[in-house]
Design a binder for this molecule. Structure first.
Ligand code: SF4
Length: 317
């Protein structure tokens, strides 16, 4: 049940509704069988139900790509936008309606190529929203082109002998941006870790960037295969202030203790050395969110009117 005046939900009204996961389901997902996006959708519905988010106060914004179909599949408000432009739209929503719960879903091509400028600057602005970057290392919707995160040597339709360049590292890149406040990585094939990461991202106040390693059995089937098949190829970043999912710690027995407030350690762990690391790389709880910073610097409507009248007086005959 939604509680009266619940500050977390920002509803502040009497409301005795209660929501199950089914209440957040919308159109039938049309992703390929086995696509990791299905697992992300389930985790999102679980989160929405756990937090009892009113659908009318929740918004999903996406760009273009397979994962960007997301707003069609959740029963909330949604904006299925243009390639690479999810973040400016989401920032606009948050600035106009800071009471809404804003989620962004982007793919790797969407975020790290045409949307890269928005990614960097929205990280720096630090608006309060959850950003899920579903990284399958390929442009899937347009049928298999090399994306910025495609590992070097992996073939595609555009680079059939293998990607020419080493893939961009989204975790390192985000950590390098001024004001980065929450940077985490999870995998679609570890449902409890996926859910707990989303939950931690939701409860962080600021720009919560979550890279989801996402399987695409259609075009990049081998990308995470070693990690999926053998838990020994996965390393969990553990800390009481990190992603807490004790259910999986026995299965994934490679553990590294990492304090997410330690930025230098986060940079070191983000380096790609063949290990698949899942966990919270970095969190800074003390950074102001942009919607508040901005409102402090804006004149009120009355002040603007006064300024305008004063300006008009200067030119009055
Ligand atoms: Fe998922 Fe890949 Fe199919 Fe797109 S092409 S829906 S990413 S499996």
């Amino acid at each position: 049940m939604i509680q009266e005046g619940c500050s977390l939900l920002g509803c502040g009204v009497d409301d005795d509704r209660s929501f199950s996961m089914d209440d957040y389901a919308s159109a039938t997902a049309r992703w390929c069988p086995g696509c990791g996006d299905h697992a992300v959708l389930t985790a999102v519905e679980r989160l929405l139900a756990a937090e009892q988010l009113p659908p009318e106060r929740t918004v999903f914004v996406s760009g273009i790509g397979c994962s960007s179909r997301f707003p069609h599949y959740v029963h909330t408000y949604g904006f299925h936008g243009l390639h690479g432009r999810a973040l400016p739209v989401a920032t606009g929503v948050k600035l106009r309606r800071p009471d809404l719960h804003v989620f962004v879903v982007m793919g790797d091509g969407d975020c790290c190529s045409i949307g890269a400028g928005h990614w960097i600057h929205t990280t720096r602005y630090n608006p309060d929203m959850v950003v899920l970057m579903l990284d399958n290392g390929v442009y899937g919707l347009t049928k298999n082109q090399t994306s910025p995160t495609t590992p070097q040597g992996l073939p595609s339709n555009t680079q059939p002998k293998g990607a020419y360049l080493p893939g961009l590292n989204p975790i390192s890149a985000t950590l390098g941006v001024t004001n980065a406040s929450f940077v985490a990585q999870t995998g679609d094939w570890v449902p409890e870790h996926l859910y707990q990461t989303m939950s931690a991202a939701f409860h962080h106040r600021g720009f919560s960037f979550v890279r989801v390693l996402q399987r695409c059995p259609k075009f990049t089937e081998t990308l995470f295969l070693d990690a999926v098949r053998d838990p020994k190829n996965v390393e969990l970043l553990l800390h009481p202030n990190g992603i807490v999912a004790p259910e999986i710690e026995e299965i994934y027995e490679n553990h590294t203790s990492h304090d997410p407030s330690d930025l230098n350690s986060a940079h070191r762990l983000a380096q790609e050395d063949g290990r698949v690391r899942l966990g919270l790389f970095y969190q800074n709880r003390g950074l102001p969110v942009y919607e508040e910073v901005r409102s402090e610097h804006l004149h009120s409507a009355e002040q603007k009117l006064e300024l305008l009248n004063a300006e008009l007086d200067r030119y009055a005959v």
